[in-house]
Design a protein around this ligand. Structure first.
Ligand code: NDP
Length: 283
């Protein structure tokens, strides 16, 4: 039987629609939600991501202020821009598009962003709040994955969730969010001994490793929900996920497509965080 598609485009458009109402309410109070987007260098993928974030801001009525800096930007220049944006009362969210060019210290830059403007949720205060189960900005991709599960009535409670990948921006926070929803969570990575065996135990399988079609169809437990976060470009220029979609679809109960799953959700949750930041600033 073929799995039900988890339509990230549809879920994200519902979230964007509900944000439009919030944004209208803020504007009526004289608050203009504003996201500053910092892009350093010429990475083509980063340029594309930034363009689609700016486009979504425009569609929703969020003001996006671009800061496009040359590859030669120094650490001091970047830190000083972050300081300026931190101190600008009109800026509610700051997004530094990663990866930064070689030679720049990403961690130092992310740590410099004021916690109340950390709409990517990668800073130490946001991540600390996540661990402590306190309210704060959630990293957008894991938050989007949770929203997709919720939209399709997939309750993690009591289920075995397996997360492939332990990055700070996807795997680790996603594992914590699944734990928060009472799943029993296994985190796998490049040193995991038997990935196939771990995946086969997953009622909910979330994959974020950055390897095209790495997870095979026979790694999927019958009826499992599969959230594929990977974005990979094949030699033919096609975008595929980390899961072998066609084969996995035959065994899974639910599956996200790539593209059209985690990608649009990530942008929607960035907009959500920006609106939350603007609301908090208004208070
Ligand atoms: P990272 O490269 O930071 O992390 C990859 C993780 O996968 C690491 O934990 C690594 O393990 C693990 N891994 C790598 N190879 C293997 C392997 N062969 N077996 C088991 N584990 C492995 O990647 P990100 O988390 O930043 O991104 C992951 C994917 O998600 C990428 O394709 C990226 O493009 C995509 N992505 C998509 C987004 C979206 O909006 N849809 C947003 C962010 C990312 P170890 O720690 O041991 O090295």
């Amino acid at each position: 039987m073929s799995a039900q598609l988890i339509d990230g485009k549809k879920v994200s458009s519902e979230i964007r629609e509900s944000l439009k109402k919030d944004i209208g309410g803020l504007k009526a109070k004289g608050i203009d939600p504003c996201l500053s987007v910092v892009l350093v260098g010429e990475n083509p993928a980063s340029k594309k991501y930034v363009a689609s974030k700016e486009k979504t801001c425009d569609e929703l009525g969020i003001k996006s202020v671009p800061h496009k800096l040359p590859e030669t930007t120094t650490q001091e220049e970047l830190m000083s821009l972050v300081d300026t944006l931190n101190n600008d009362r009109k800026v509610h969210g700051i997004l530094i598009q990663l990866p930064l060019p070689k030679g720049l210290d990403e961690k130092a830059v992310m740590n410099r962003i004021a916690p109340e403007k950390d709409v990517d949720g990668f800073g130490p205060q946001s991540l600390g709040r996540l661990v402590l189960d306190e309210a704060g900005f959630l990293p957008c991709t894991p938050h989007g994955a949770m929203k997709m599960l919720e939209a399709y009535g997939i309750d993690p409670s009591g289920k075995h969730a397996v997360v492939l990948g332990r990055s700070v921006i996807v795997g680790k926070p996603l594992a914590l969010l699944l734990l928060r929803k009472n799943a029993t969570v296994t985190i796998c990575h490049s040193r995991t001994a038997d990935l196939k065996a771990e995946c086969l135990r997953a009622d909910i399988l979330c994959v974020a490793i950055g390897k095209a079609k790495f997870v095979k169809g026979d790694w999927i437990k019958e009826g499992a929900a599969v959230i594929d976060i990977g974005i990979n470009v094949t030699p033919e220029g096609k975008i595929v996920g980390d899961v072998d979609f066609d084969a996995a679809r035959e065994r899974a109960g639910f599956i996200t497509p790539v593209p059209g799953g985690a990608g649009p959700m990530t942008i929607a949750m960035l907009m959500y965080n920006t609106v939350q930041a603007a609301k908090a600033a208004a208070e």
